[in-house]
Design a protein around this ligand. Structure first.
Ligand SMILES: Nc1ncnc2c1ncn2[C@@H]1O[C@H](COP(=O)(O)OP(=O)(O)OP(=O)(O)O)[C@@H](O)[C@H]1O
Ligand SMILES: [Mg+2]
Length: 369
């Protein structure tokens, strides 16, 4: 059994990461946990990614601010504080460039077509920027709990792979060639390599076009100075994710594909020594009445001719019991494979979760089981 209150009440818990595959309820879970933590007295910030518009509105996030704002809405008077922000990937990237490349270089970089491509279309940029933002929030020391939502990736693993993938893309062969002058080490050597580079550049420019090469080369030269810092911060954030104060929650629907994906993720976390707190089985269908499917069906058969409404209700109940049993079987299978991972079940609520009351309801259910 996963004890969410114990987790969020523990002052040692500094970061909670909600991950899982697309559409399972990561954003909802992250917001609900942050809200609950704030109500239980913690100085909390939640970093959301692409929240549904109505949820964003409910949290008072009317625009992509890219900086946390305190949530101040009717009917919400927490003991602690709740701050929230939506990640703006492009702005996080731009801010990072401005902060680390120096003013002149930054403007050059931001205007460079290669930068435009990398910052908007490279797959994994959003995941990387989420990590970067987490690092920034942690560095301020303004909050004692940071709850992180993860991007709607196809696979939950993308979040962990992104920094490496981005680094290795930037480390790619062509880029290594282009940055060779700056990376060659000592100044004297660099000069020699630079000469070689100019020859190389001449040769290549006749093939791929002078402007393109000039852009790429200018981009890499500007980027190179901040590249070290860039990777260094990725390493620090990844260290933060491995630290004692971090808790991963894997969110999954009680369905075969989602649970299979969750299984991979659990194995990956453990291989990476990242601390997993548990699995949130979201949108389960618990049975409310204590009547077995078989009993319901036989009752339905008995009253079929005399009471059509009762028959329909009994059959619905039988379907619902069958669904609940199927979900429990799937969860039991997960537990057999990962006996050490506690599960918390959150039932499917009758409507979408898009206000404080809804989030509180999800929070109560997270803590109840
Ligand atoms: N337990 C629940 N009961 C009812 N509705 C829910 C529940 N959990 C989530 N939802 C709804 O399901 C939708 C998807 O949830 P959410 O946005 O949290 O998923 P997500 O994993 O963040 O998706 P994405 O991968 O696209 O970011 C939302 O409209 C949300 O209100
Ligand atoms: Mg989401």
């Amino acid at each position: 059994m996963l004890d969410v209150d114990e987790l969020i009440d523990d002052q040692e818990t500094r970061v909670v990461v909600c991950c899982g595959s697309g559409g399972v309820g990561k954003t909802t879970t992250a917001a609900a946990i942050a809200l609950r933590a704030a109500e239980r007295g913690r100085q909390t910030v939640v970093l959301t990614i692409d929240p549904a518009r109505r949820l964003a509105q409910a949290l008072g996030l009317r625009e992509l601010g890219n900086h946390p704002r305190q949530v101040q809405v009717e009917g919400f008077d927490p003991k602690g504080e709740l701050w929230a922000m939506m990640l703006d990937m492009r702005r996080t990237f731009d801010d990072m460039v401005r902060a680390h490349a120096g003013p002149d270089r930054a403007e050059q970089l931001l205007a460079n077509p290669f930068y435009q491509t990398i910052s908007t279309s490279f797959s994994g940029t959003q995941e990387y920027m989420a990590m970067e933002k987490l690092g920034q929030l942690a560095a301020t020391g303004d909050w004692d709990l940071i709850v992180v939502d993860t991007p709607p990736s196809r696979s939950a693993l993308d979040f962990l792979d992104a920094p490496t993938r981005l680094s290795s893309a930037l480390d790619g062969r062509m880029i290594r060639l282009l940055t060779a002058p700056a990376k060659a080490g000592g100044w004297g050597l660099r000069k020699v390599v630079s000469a070689g580079f100019t020859m190389f550049a001449k040769a290549v420019s006749t093939i791929i076009g002078g402007q393109l090469l000039a852009d790429a080369s200018a981009f890499m030269q500007a980027f190179d100075t901040m590249f070290g810092g860039f990777r260094e911060r990725a390493r620090k954030t990844s260290e933060l994710l491995r630290s004692q104060g971090t808790a991963f929650l894997v969110v999954a629907a009680p369905e075969p594909d989602a649970l299979r994906e969750a299984s991979y993720f659990v194995e990956r976390l453990s291989a990476e020594h990242m601390p997993l707190s548990g699995l949130v089985a979201n949108r389960t269908h618990p049975v409310l009445a204590d009547l077995s499917a078989t009993a319901a069906i036989s009752a339905a058969e008995r009253v079929e001719s005399s009471a059509p409404l009762a028959t329909a209700v009994l059959r619905l109940h039988a379907d619902r019991v069958a669904l609940a049993e199927r979900e429990e079987r799937l969860l039991a299978r997960f537990t057999r494979a990962h006996p050490e991972v506690p599960i918390v079940r959150v039932p499917a609520l009758p409507s979408d979760v898009h206000d404080v009351a809804g989030l509180r309801d999800i929070g109560d259910r997270l803590a109840a089981s």
